[in-house]
Design a protein around this ligand. Sequence first.
Ligand code: KIV
Ligand code: NA
Length: 278
Amino acid sequence: GPRVTPSVLADMKHAGRPIVMVTAYDYPGALAAEKAGVDVVLVGDSAAMTVLGHPDTNQVTVDEMLMLTAAVRRGLQGPMLIGDLPYGSYEESDQLAVATARRFVDEAGCDAVKLEGGGPTSVSRARAVIGAGIPVMGHVGLTPQSAAELGGFRAQGTTAAGARRVADEALALQAAGCFSIVFEAIPAALSEAVMPQMGAVVVGIGAGGAVDGQVLVFHDLLGLSSGGSARFVKRYAELGKQTVDALRDYAADVRKRAYPGPEHCYRIKAEELATFLA
Ligand code: KIV
Ligand code: NA
């Protein structure tokens, strides 16, 4: 079908049709998301951990994100492609935010960008990028780029004051014109309380079922990530284990000369070989 746009997502929200979003970081991941029929693909700065091996999201650079995002673009037709502005690439000024967002559109083919936080700085950056004609997805609750200030990787909005803050940030991002907002790791009851005020499309991750859609990290849902995972992760496969098993089988075959078999070998005509050997 045609490319998913912000207005397609708004229509889905109003029709009560849940929106499916997943991250991807490379061409095969994009092809899989496309074939599975997801609505939105985010090249998350979670790439820092999932594919680049860093301990947190804040190590990944704009250039690295652009390389990964361009690869995803080459595998994607229908779903909306969102680029995640990494730590340090937009906070300093509205001008920097616009310039970085433009690179994600011009150099990597993004349909929209995502940035974190709903405080005055993030709201100003979102407004500036939207003013430059680039749709922005906001992100509130547990925002990994500022996890240190939030007291680590823990649910947000779990006190009255915390809940007020998450709600106010979501409303401020919405007022700035964000077409969509991610709610991450907040109580399901807080999402439920805020949703009646949300005209923007809300995509949740650890935010319960009252939101307009869900997002999960590719490597988490496929069982490809190492280490412990958050409460909200549901594993739909164990590809990490399958991958190691396959590599072990391959190694064993090579070591006992069971691979390659005759069916994996190329042939030369007998007369050609005889001439060569002569
Ligand atoms: O980087 C990421 O993967 C994200 C999603 C979890 C929303 O920001
Ligand atoms: Na992110």
